[in-house]
Ligand binder design. Structure first.
Ligand code: FES
Length: 192
């Protein structure tokens, strides 16, 4: 077969008439696909660059908490990814109360040990968001109502959480969520 060349208008030279129509159509299709490819990439890049998390979002994705000022029996409220987090330093008695509850008595069965880090059962870190409809339960601040089970109490519709922040009474279906976190020292945790 003779070599064929294509000029800028899409005219094919050096081919027989029968081939010309086919080759010309191929060229138009190739040109159209190429244009679509370039257009696709041009659209894709801004999308990808928009999807990449900004520095603000990356900074917000972890939260460091200093535990050194939280005495036994105290709790603090912190903010993690724009939501409240409760950090409680449980007393021996609160730990014993949580451990004494049989799993069969729990709506969302979990031991305190499963909800804390090994060797640090006194540090109970949970989201401060009721699992019913998302209110912020009471109990983290000094003097607040801690409910019938000594943990947290959600006044919106009356959910009671125990000393391991497990749901014990009221409409909430689940325990207060334990976020992902790690101890980076004996007195520092990083959430996220
Ligand atoms: S939102 Fe907490 S009990 Fe309804």
């Amino acid at each position: 077969m003779a070599d064929a060349t294509i000029d800028t208008t899409g005219t094919v030279e050096g081919t027989s008439e029968g081939e010309t129509g086919v080759r010309r159509r191929d060229f138009i299709e190739i040109a159209a696909v190429s244009a679509a490819g370039v257009g696709g990439l041009a659209v894709l890049y801004p999308l990808i660059s928009q999807m990449a998390p900004s520095k603000d979002v990356l900074a917000e994705s972890t939260t460091e908490i200093d535990l050194s000022a939280i005495e036994t029996g105290q709790a603090i409220k912190a903010v993690f990814r724009k939501q409240p987090v409760f950090v409680r330093n449980l007393t021996e008695r609160e730990i014993a109360e949580a451990d004494a509850v049989p799993l069969s008595a729990l709506r969302d069965p979990q031991t305190l040990e499963e909800r804390t880090k090994e060797g640090r059962t006194n540090w109970l870190i949970t989201m401060g968001v009721c699992t019913h409809l998302g209110c912020v339960p009471l109990g983290a601040a000094e003097g607040e109502n801690r409910g019938e089970y000594g943990g947290y109490f959600c006044p919106c519709h009356g959910s009671h959480y125990d000393t391991a922040a497990r749901i014990r009474k009221g409409p909430a279906p689940l325990n207060l969520e334990v976020p992902e976190y790690e101890f980076t020292s004996d007195t520092t945790v990083v959430l996220g």
